[in-house]
Ligand binder design. Sequence first.
Ligand SMILES: Nc1ncnc2c1ncn2[C@@H]1O[C@H](COP(=O)(O)OP(=O)(O)O)[C@@H](O)[C@H]1O
Ligand SMILES: [Mg+2]
Length: 353
Amino acid sequence: MTSDTRQGARPLGLDNLRKSFSTGAMAVDGVSMRIEAGEFFSLLGPSGCGKTTTLRMIAGFEMPDSGSIMLGDENITPLPPERRDMGMVFQNYALFPHRTIAENVAFGLRMRKVPKDEITRRVREAMAMVRLTGFEDRRPGQLSGGQQQRVALARAIVINPTVLLCDEPLGALDKKLRQQMQFELKALHRRLGLTMVYVTHDQEEALTMSDRIAVMQAGKIAQAGVPRDIYDRPVSRFVADFIGDTNILDGTAQNGSLELEGGWRTLLPIGTPDGKLSCALRPERVLLVEPGTGLTNAMVEETNFLGDSVLLKLQLPGGGSLICRAPRSASGLTAGETVGVTWAGDDLVPLAD
Ligand SMILES: Nc1ncnc2c1ncn2[C@@H]1O[C@H](COP(=O)(O)OP(=O)(O)O)[C@@H](O)[C@H]1O
Ligand SMILES: [Mg+2]
């Protein structure tokens, strides 16, 4: 079998995947998704929402209770991992501690019975790709965390997979190294042209790296879309809260306005039906104006200087609070001062729940 040769670009289809463990509730509860060939696709969500289980089912390490996984027209659900044409990078690296780096990287090729000369050549290429040339004879314990993660990456790409699966690969790295590795991973993804399924609980990482994101909540996909839409148009309180800072305004929609406690109102996006409604509003959409000239007045409760901007906590007339990210020119404001606030009707995002 020549499973080590690239089988061409094929979309990955997940159809109603379900998985439960004997210990409790459904870990994955009906996940359906089409991931395009060559796409950088992220599964994003809090700990325990089913990201790893979904990824392990795609890889073949876990059998779904029901549902299927398609690669192009082929149903790969029953295939073992080594016949799926996929590489996987595990969260804890999972390197063999007593083998050299070169042996670690060669592992998948040995499993696939690739000839020795070719193994040597491909290991050299993969090591160069992750900038680890010269480390061949060391053992994992002699490398830093970031270098070990590169070894895990080299081991995954050496088999020339169509799909690369990454489970929180940068989770253990400090912030600077993580940002550097994010750039490198993106570059590698572009260069190799493979499909990436990337698991993370870090919303910023998902927003900057992905073509598309699926936000998971309790085994289900809460929302899937391009990063902009996930950020600007969250469908639920959960997604709005999980992706970045957000304000939630609770009120009653009537004739195109949201009526709020404290007796003030704000325009809603056109077509919003009447009734009880919660809306998300990003802090950077809240504009400060002269008192008396905005939608309402608010009292400054706290100011946090962030360097490039100022984060203000404001008290609203109804007793609620509002977070505002203002330009640094607002850093002169002090607690107790009154400001006016305003925003555009389209900045309010009606939430389904
Ligand atoms: N091997 C397992 N045995 C029992 N329960 C598991 C196992 N793997 C995962 N779970 C449970 O399934 C749920 C989803 O886990 P997981 O997919 O690891 O979430 P995530 O990767 O998003 O943190 C959790 O409640 C977890 O405790
Ligand atoms: Mg996990």
